[in-house]
Ligand binder design. Structure first.
Ligand code: GLN
Length: 510
């Protein structure tokens, strides 16, 4: 029974809670038990908030018993990436420099999860300050891919994706600056959505690159993503970049997609994202899914976005530039770690140097140096300025493409999950994981990764992109593809994942 609860979708659990079949305490405890059993092997969580989660669950159960009308996902637990601040709950962004910091407030999206009655299971592992594609840059150890524990779960949000793929949480929150929701989704066989820029409040997200960052859902089904998106989305006066208009009807669009009918939908295959560098099997699965979309009535055409070839280069100038500025606040005075200098009296500059030297990892230092250089007088126009011009050209490519088609599609990531350690010493190889996901962040458009089958026993993803503010299109096409693929597989892809080793129950003898 408890095991069954962790296997069910959030939509199913919400229905079971509403009908009184189960209580939120039972559902929450089942997930806490699952975390206790398998997280030793997966290491998706940096912090498990048992008491906080059960308190919310008890409260929801009491209110439901009293006949109160509750929000759709009330009682369904959720995990939160550790870059999102949580009041009274440690928040590290995967960095040693924030060890010991307990935020005094909740991010807007966390307030919304709480207001929706959703128990927060804990905080998930990530690459330090969300820089990376494998979660290996976390200061707190690796997260392991539930499909093969020797492999990466993607990054930077590998913890959220692995938690959902390992049935430790039915839902999770991720953030996506260049692909950190979608690429982990692809390599763990989960659904990940990066909403339109400004569609989910960034208030209380520890900023990586403010013009690119966006929080969004990490789930096992497209409908679950829509339900979670509805909870966290919508205008927030505390975020000046938050969109004023209401979120489109993403839940309605997902339900429409579940019929498997895409008659009249125009789908554009991005020529520049379907070429070299992709593992052969990744392209095979992609082509097969295009056939399914055609069969569902969609019109599939090829479109060209010529400047996408420069997206990765532009991103790796814009992101470090913004990051170097955003990370200047970690100075040893205000948050977390403080290291006393050993090379002389404790001047402000020496304390900062000692704290940042010890508190930041190699990848973070690399990007701060790169960004500071790109922004410096004499180089600004050549690097940062040029990158911003490329960004405009990419936005124009999207605008032109969306005059011809309703959505754009590509494989989400060029390969399946690689082995832990395989790309750790090669930053450029690591950066190439995001070649297909980055254009959406540069243009602010929404994107989704849907599980797209297996290559050599490992999951790959199908990416869908839509115009800004048209997130509903992702859900219609994503849910249709999910329906058609599950008919082919005879059930959800994750049903094919191997059993995870579980820790011996407490008190058992060796
Ligand atoms: N992997 C990309 C990077 O390292 C994306 C990160 C993200 O989306 N947070 O920057």
């Amino acid at each position: 029974m408890a095991a069954d609860l962790t296997r069910r979708s959030a939509a199913d659990l919400a229905q079971a809670l509403r009908s009184g079949e189960v209580s939120s305490v039972e559902v929450t405890q089942a997930h806490l038990d699952r975390i206790a059993a398998v997280d030793g092997a997966v290491h998706a969580f940096l912090h498990v908030s048992t008491e906080d989660a059960l308190a919310t669950a008890r409260d929801v159960d009491a209110r439901r018993a009293a006949g109160e009308e509750l929000p759709a996902l009330a009682g369904v637990p959720v995990a939160v990436k550790d870059v999102v601040v949580t009041k009274g709950m440690p928040t590290t962004a995967g960095s040693r420099i924030l060890s010991g910091w307990v935020p005094p407030y909740d991010a807007t999206l966390v307030e919304r999860l709480r207001a929706a009655g959703m128990p927060i299971l804990g905080k998930t592992n990530m690459d330090e300050f969300a820089m990376g594609s494998s979660t290996e840059h976390s200061a707190y150890g690796d997260t392991h891919n539930p499909w093969d524990l020797d492999r990466i779960p993607g990054g930077s949000g590998g913890g959220s994706a692995a938690a959902v793929a390992a049935f430790e949480a039915p839902l999770a929150i991720g953030t996506d600056t260049g692909g950190s929701i979608r690429q982990p989704g692809a390599v763990t066989g989960t659904v990940g959505v990066k909403p339109t820029y400004g569609g989910v409040s960034r208030y209380g997200l520890i900023a990586l690159a403010s013009s690119l960052d966006q929080a969004g859902p990490v789930t096992r089904t497209v409908l679950d993503s829509a339900l979670l998106h509805e909870v966290i989305g919508g205008h927030d006066p505390r975020d000046s970049t938050s969109l004023a208009e209401p979120l489109p009807d993403v839940v309605g669009a997902a339900r429409l997609g579940l019929t498997g009918d895409l008659t009249g939908v125009r789908v554009g295959v991005v020529r520049e994202l379907d070429g070299e560098g992709y593992q052969a099997g990744v392209r095979d699965r992609f082509e097969e899914s295009l056939d399914l979309l055609r069969g569902a009535g969609a019109e599939v055409v090829e479109v060209s976005c010529p400047h996408f070839d420069y997206a990765l280069a532009a991103y790796y100038l814009i992101l470090p530039s913004e990051a170097s500025s955003n990370l200047a606040k970690f100075d040893g005075m205000r948050f977390g770690l403080r290291v006393e200098p050993t090379d002389g009296p404790a001047t402000a500059e020496r304390v900062m140097g000692a704290t940042r030297g010890a508190g930041f990892g190699d990848e973070v230092k690399r990007r701060i140096i790169l960004g500071t250089y790109a922004l410096s007088a004499g180089y600004y126009d050549a690097y940062y300025g040029s990158a911003q011009k490329v960004r405009t050209l990419i936005q124009r490519d999207f605008a032109a493409a969306f005059e011809q088609v309703d959505v754009l599609v590509s494989p989400t990531a060029p390969t399946t999950a690689f082995k832990l350690g395989e790309k750790l010493d090669d930053p450029l190889a690591m950066y190439l994981n995001d070649v297909a996901t980055i254009p959406a962040n540069l243009a602010g458009v929404p994107g989704m990764s849907v599980p797209n089958g297996l290559v050599d026993g490992l999951p790959v993803g199908f990416q869908i992109l839509a115009p800004a503010r048209a997130d509903d299109r992702l859900y219609r096409v994503g849910a249709a593809l999910e329906t058609l693929l599950e008919q082919r597989w005879g059930g959800p892809l994750l049903a094919q994942a191997p059993e995870l080793p579980t820790a011996a129950p407490e008190g058992s003898q060796p």
